[in-house]
Design a protein around this ligand. Structure first.
Ligand SMILES: Nc1ncnc2c1ncn2[C@@H]1O[C@H](COP(=O)(O)OP(=O)(O)OP(=O)(O)O)[C@@H](O)[C@H]1O
Length: 308
């Protein structure tokens, strides 16, 4: 008899001892201050009660719902309509009410930050050709225009292919610490302006840097694992030399120097993350592979974070 009285008194909220107060026992309590949530729950509850009276088979037992609602120690049970017959929005709202939360429309995985892609490889493998095509097929990509003290080749445009500057101007940029990396290549300076990278990363663009092997090794030390390093090769040494000859941009002296250097440079392959073979006549495949690499990097759980 005493036990029954105790049970009865516990079922009435006004007789609850402090440790069983609704605030402590009801996980929905924190949501009571959210009028939107309450009206959602109420409207869902009303709609379901109406529905229950029409077709009780579609709903979780009415008895179960009412018995738990009487007990303030248990969270209110919101009946969930059958997904087969109910409107999807009703099921959605009922799930929210049952769990006591609102499903967020925020992205589950944040948008990946911009990447820095360093493309390198021996002279004549097709770095310029691959990058030119990549820029055509891929949006949100900024190709960093390198500053150089070398003379302009026929057809090259200042500010598009390179920023052509005098040796004195280049030395001044070094002094002002305006370059991420620079090197003396075949007697000419080449360097990467920092400001350009910052500016385009802020806009959310991926950054493509085209550097020779010497430059890539320096960047590896500076950027470490925060950038992606891609080594571009031709399918064979023979193909690479033929491409350089066919390009008709080199004197016999620079041709000899480039070919000799290329042999040496192939030894650095292991220091790169990826290798892309730019096969003769298959430029498109090389570009596709490069795109896949970028996409895969963007899908990584542990994203690379870069600060310039
Ligand atoms: N897949 C390919 N098939 C045929 N020819 C190609 C291919 N890729 C590039 N070429 C050609 O090979 C030559 C060398 O290419 P490119 O100038 O792009 O090389 P690079 O690596 O940028 O050389 P460098 O470092 O000397 O500037 C160019 O004439 C280019 O049109």
């Amino acid at each position: 008899m005493l036990f029954r009285r105790l049970c009865f008194s516990l079922s009435k909220s006004c007789y609850l001892p402090f440790f069983l107060s609704s605030k402590l026992t009801n996980p929905f309590a924190s949501l009571n201050s959210n009028p939107g949530f309450i009206s959602n729950c109420e409207s869902v509850k009303l709609r379901f009660q109406r529905r229950m009276s029409v077709n009780s088979h579609n709903l979780v037992s009415e008895n179960a719902a009412s018995s738990t609602m009487d007990d303030p120690r248990k969270p209110p049970v919101v009946p969930i309509p059958s997904p087969e017959t109910a409107e999807p929005i009703e099921v959605f709202r009922a799930l929210e009410a049952s769990l006591g939360l609102q499903f967020s429309s925020q992205p589950i995985f944040p948008k990946p930050g911009p990447l820095i892609i360093v493309i390198s490889g021996p002279s004549g493998v097709g770095k310029d050709a691959v990058i030119k095509r990549l820029r055509e097929v891929r949006e949100d990509l900024h190709f960093v225009v390198t500053a150089t003290s070398r003379a302009k080749r026929p057809g090259e445009v200042d500010g598009k292919d390179y920023f052509f500057v005098s040796k004195e101007e280049f030395l001044s940029m070094i002094q002002k610490n305006e370059l991420l990396e620079y090197a003396l290549v075949y007697g000419d300076y080449k360097g990467i302006p920092k400001q350009q990278i910052r500016q385009y990363m802020e806009k959310g663009c991926d950054i493509v840097l085209r550097v020779d092997i010497q430059g890539a090794m320096t960047l590896r030390r500076i950027l470490s694992k925060s950038a992606i390093f891609v080594f571009l090769v031709a399918e064979s040494e023979e193909a690479m030399v033929k491409r350089l000859i066919d390009r008709k941009t080199e004197t016999k002296e620079t041709l000899l120097m480039r070919v000799a250097t290329a042999r040496e440079e192939l030894r650095h392959l292991n220091e790169f993350d990826y290798v892309v073979v730019n096969k003769g006549g298959e430029l498109e495949s090389a570009v596709k592979l490069l795109e896949s690499i970028i996409d895969a990097e963007k899908a990584k759980v542990q994203q690379r974070r870069v600060v310039i």
